[in-house]
Design a protein around this ligand. Structure first.
Ligand SMILES: *Cc1c(COP(=O)(O)O)cnc(C)c1O
Length: 378
C-alpha cells in the first residue's frame, strides 16, 4: 500500500545526482576512495572525533566496536532494552552477553540509575543510545563507567549533529556509531560510520575494516606491501554510497534547518490537542540540542495508539511505532529477558507513535498530518 503522505522518503537533490555521476565517471567505485575520505573528514569536523571511518552500516560499525572491545565468552555489556536490534545483536554476535537496562520515562534513554545495578564482575562496556538524538546523561554515565573501568560506546544513529551542553553527541564514548540508512537525517541508502575518540583504537579499527589487513597503512605509504595481520571483515562502503552521502553532508545546514522547522511545527501545533487528550509530546531536557531526527508522541494506551494509526491510515498518512523491547524478543529471552524486567520500556513501547518526519516533507503535507491528528479524539 502506498500512502499520500509516507512516513519517510529520502531526500533527492540535483547535488546528490551530480555527486553520484562524478563517482561513476571517476573510475573509483570500491571503498576508501576520495568521496569516503571527504565524508570522514566532515564527520571528524562535525563531531570532533579523532577519527571517523565510513562503514557499510551502523550495524557494521557496532560489530567493529564489539571486535575492538574484545573480551572472553561470558563477558557482558549493558545495553538499552528500548533500542534497535543492532545495538545488542552486534555484540551478541561477537560472544558478549547483553544485559538489558530499562529507560527513563521522560527521554526514553538509559541513565546511570538504570545501569548501575546491572554492573557485575563480567561487565566490559556500557552501550548507550541517544533516543531521537536527545542526549543521555553522559556526565553521570561517564563517571559510573570510569569508576568500574568500563568502556562507553554510543550508538549515535539518531544523534548526528546533536549536542549536549555544547558538546557533540558521538564524542563522549571511546567509540560511537552512526547510521546512514535511508530513514536517517543524511543517507547513503545503506551506510554508517565508526567514530573513534580513543586514539589507541584507530590502528586496529582500520585493520578490522580492511579484512584484517594493514591495507590502510599501505595506501598511506607507511608499509611497502599489505598483508593479513589480525581478525577483520569487510566493513567498507562503496564510493557510490559515499558520493551520495557526501552531497548531503555538504548541505547539512539546509537539511537540518528544514528538519528543525518541521519538528517545531509539530511541537507547537499539537500542544493544545495533546493537553486535551492526555497525550505526551517529546521532552527535551535543558542543554540538549537535538538534531530533529524523529517526532514521537506518547498516547495514553495501546488502544488509543492503534486507533490513531487507523485514523491516519484512513487519510492515507503513515505513522509507525518502534521499538519492541529487546529483552522480550525471542533472542532477548535467550539472554534471560522476561516480562517485568524493564517496566518502562514495556509500557512506552505499547504507546509511542512516530509521525511522518523527513527532510522534503512539505508544509502543506505536514499541515494535513496536523489537521488529521487534531481531528482525532483519544
Ligand atoms: C538505524 C539504527 C541502527 C542500524 O543502522 P543500520 O545502518 O541500518 O545498520 C542502529 N541503531 C539505531 C538506534 C538505529 O536507529
Amino acid at each position: 500500500m502506498t500512502y499520500r503522505i509516507p512516513f519517510n522518503r529520502p531526500t533527492t537533490t540535483p547535488e546528490i545526482v551530480s555527486s553520484l555521476a562524478e563517482a561513476v565517471t571517476s573510475g573509483i567505485l570500491a571503498g576508501n576512495g576520495p568521496a569516503t575520505r571527504s565524508c570522514e573528514s566532515i564527520l571528524e569536523q562535525v563531531t570532533g572525533a579523532r577519527k571517523a571511518l565510513l562503514t557499510n552500516s551502523c550495524t557494521g560499525a557496532l560489530e567493529m566496536a564489539a571486535r575492538l572491545l574484545g573480551g572472553e565468552p561470558g563477558d557482558e555489556i549493558i545495553v538499552p532494552s528500548f533500542t534497535f536490534v543492532s545495538t545488542a545483536n552486534a555484540f551478541a554476535g561477537c560472544g558478549l552477553r547483553p544485559v538489558f537496562a530499562d529507560c527513563r520515562r521522560d527521554t526514553f534513554n538509559v541513565d546511570a540509575a538504570t545501569i548501575a545495578p546491572l554492573i557485575g564482575a563480567r561487565t566490559r562496556a556500557i552501550v548507550v543510545m541517544h533516543y531521537g538524538g536527545v542526549a543521555c546523561d553522559m556526565d553521570a554515565i561517564g563517571s559510573l563507567a570510569r569508576r568500574h573501568g568500563l568502556m562507553v560506546i554510543e550508538d549515535n544513529a539518531h544523534g548526528l549533529f546533536g549536542a549536549c551542553n555544547g558538546r557533540q553527541l558521538g564524542s563522549f564514548g571511546s567509540l560511537a556509531t552512526q547510521s546512514f540508512h535511508e530513514t536517517k537525517n543524511v543517507t547513503s541508502g545503506e551506510g554508517g560510520a565508526l567514530l573513534i575518540n580513543d586514539a589507541g583504537l584507530i590502528d586496529r579499527a582500520e585493520i578490522i575494516r580492511e579484512k584484517g589487513t594493514d591495507r590502510s597503512r599501505f595506501f598511506r605509504g607507511q608499509v611497502d606491501k599489505y598483508t593479513w595481520v589480525d581478525y577483520g571483515s569487510n566493513y567498507l562502503c562503496s564510493e557510490l554510497q559515499a558520493a551520495c552521502l557526501l552531497a548531503q553532508l555538504r548541505c547539512r545546514d539546509v537539511i537540518q534547518g528544514k528538519r528543525a522547522a518541521i519538528w517545531r511545527r509539530y511541537d507547537v501545533a499539537l500542544r493544545d490537542w495533546a493537553q486535551a487528550n492526555d497525550v505526551r509530546l517529546p521532552i527535551v531536557p535543558p542543554g540538549c540540542d537535538h538534531p530533529s531526527h524523529l517526532y514521537a508522541v506518547l498516547l495514553p494506551d495501546a488502544t488509543a495508539r492503534a486507533r490513531l494509526i487507523q485514523h491516519l491510515q484512513a487519510r492515507s498518512i503513515l505513522a509507525v511505532f518502534h521499538y519492541v523491547p529487546l529483552h522480550l524478543s525471542p533472542m532477548g529471552r535467550r539472554f534471560g529477558g522476561s516480562p517485568g524486567a524493564c517496566p518502562v520500556a514495556e509500557d512506552i513501547s505499547e504507546r509511542l507513535l512516530r509521525l511522518p518526519l523527513f527532510t522534503d516533507l512539505t508544509a502543506d503535507d505536514q499541515a494535513t498530518v496536523i489537521e488529521s491528528i487534531r481531528g482525532f479524539t483519544v
